[in-house]
Ligand binder design. Structure first.
Ligand code: SF4
Length: 469
């Protein structure tokens, strides 16, 4: 397997060099941008796409630019509105392509793993130049090169991943924090979710590969690591290290000061992981634990593998181990067959679990999933009314929890600075904190006294003596 991986990277590097030689002949470097939809897994893939573009000689823009020479849409298919957004964007870029005949349009990501989507694009948006999927991202330089040579559309979608290929060039959003994939795919088949169909079966990376990647990032100035997987608690199948043990090993790496991870699954998180979080100072006390619905019957129909009571008991165990932990979640309303009583169960869980924050969603019917053909699809007006009630409940509790932080001193790592000199960054519990400072503090932990709690962020001021270098 190792030899295959090495060969794949060699092929990628070969095409990067070929493209770089082509691009070097241009008077000015072409401009590229990557537009990312969806989750943090896609965000990490986009870092690799940016890295490969940079290695080929493109000038890679931070955000959207007016006249790009190459645009990549890294797509998401978890909800229908993300798909519609792509089609809207493609219409817009048709015009831009007319004004710049050499411009390349590239599509990749989860949407492209669906035949129906690729067929639609080929029929209605045939000006797209290159399409690939989630399993062969490392082939991007080769596919782009083929498009240049053949001057025809290139489509290459794999149904499965042959192997995990890493070690690609990558451009991080922040110099001091990095995301690391620890696993790919998902075996859970929640009945509403398209991810197992488009990201494939669960595959864990060997622990030594993960640790080597992190050591390399630390040598490059990274102090904060985000471990990524669809279901991190089931990491380690086929290896002799489980997720809790991986947390310990990452924490042993000198230079790593903060460790985060996402996402956990209520049916898989175990005491060993909870105790690792409790015992390891470097592991941030924030847990994203999607519960989706409060009704045990709905949870069963969703194939989530836990009950309402089991979830609340789990929350109790986590809070007993770590009383100050911030727990955030994902909640869906309008799953097929959901009733008013079921929805009341969701509100009950929200009130009892007291989440520090929640992503709330309307159920989105995804073709190919088991839930798409279930009876009792909930009318849109009912869903919307439940959504508004849920949002009110969630936001009220989020604000109450934020208010408890007024007067506290939190250690914050500033990530961005606005034009007005206001820094914003994350505390250990993932609270977003705004405070006055200067760009020299970016990436450096500072003690900040919280002066005012808003619903979704906190205002604060640097404590005298401040930066903890
Ligand atoms: S755990 Fe369920 S919701 Fe999460 S990616 Fe897997 S199938 Fe989708």
């Amino acid at each position: 397997m190792e030899a295959v991986k090495t060969r794949e990277i060699d092929v990628t590097n070969h095409y990067i060099e070929k493209m770089a030689a082509k691009i070097a002949k241009r008077p000015v470097p072409p401009k590229a941008m990557v537009i990312t939809h969806g989750c943090q897994m896609n965000g990490r893939d986009s870092e690799k796409l940016r890295g490969m573009l940079d290695a080929m000689g493109y000038e890679v823009a931070e955000g959207e630019i007016e006249r790009p020479d190459l645009v990549i849409f890294n797509t998401c298919c978890v909800r229908e509105n993300a798909e519609n957004k792509l089609y809207g964007n493609l219409g817009r870029y048709k015009e831009k392509k007319r004004g710049n005949s050499g411009m390349k349009l590239v599509l990749c990501g989860c949407m492209m793993q669906q035949d129906i989507v690729v067929d639609k694009i080929m029929q209605s948006y045939n000006y797209v130049d290159v399409i690939f999927g989630t399993h062969n991202i490392y082939r991007f330089p080769e596919l782009l090169h083929s498009n240049y040579v053949t001057e025809s559309n290139i489509i290459d979608i794999w149904k499965d991943a042959a192997e995990i290929v890493e070690d690609l060039p990558s451009i991080r959003q922040f110099p001091f924090k990095a995301s690391v994939n620890i696993m790919y795919g998902c075996d859970n088949f929640c009945t509403f979710c398209i991810v197992p169909y488009v990201r494939g079966r669960e595959r864990s990376r060997p622990p030594e590969d993960i640790l080597d990647e992190i050591r390399g990032q630390v040598a490059d100035g990274v102090t904060e690591i985000m471990l990524l997987g669809q279901n991190v608690d089931s990491y380690g199948k086929g290896h002799d290290v489980n997720f809790a043990q991986l947390l310990h090993k990452v924490a042993e790496i000198e230079g790593v000061s903060r460790i985060r991870f996402t996402s956990s699954h209520p049916k898989d998180i175990c005491d060993e992981v909870i105790f690792a979080m409790r015992d390891l100072d470097k592991v941030c006390k924030h847990l994203h634990l999607p519960f989706q619905a409060g009704s045990t019957r709905v949870l069963r129909d969703m194939n989530r593998g836990y009950t309402k009571e089991g979830f609340l008991e789990l929350i109790g165990r986590i809070k007993t181990a770590m009383p100050k932990i911030a727990i955030t979640t994902d909640i869906m309303v309008g799953f097929p067959g959901e009733t008013e009583d079921d929805f009341e169960d969701t509100l009950d869980v929200v009130r009892r679990a007291r989440f520090a924050g929640a992503f709330t969603f309307l159920y989105s019917r995804r073709q190919g999933t088991a839930a798409a053909t279930m009876p009792g699809q909930v009318p849109a007006d009912v869903m919307k009314a439940w959504f508004n009630r849920l949002l009110h409940e969630v936001n009220t509790i989020t604000h109450e929890i934020a208010l408890e932080k007024e007067g506290m001193i939190l250690q914050v790592v500033p990530e961005n600075i606005g034009k007005s000199g206001i820094l914003n960054g994350r505390a250990d519990d993932n609270s977003l904190v705004h405070f006055a400072g200067n760009a020299d503090l970016l990436g450096i932990p500072v003690d900040v006294k919280i002066t005012r709690a808003r619903t979704f962020y906190l205002n604060g001021e640097i404590v005298d003596g401040h930066a903890m270098l």
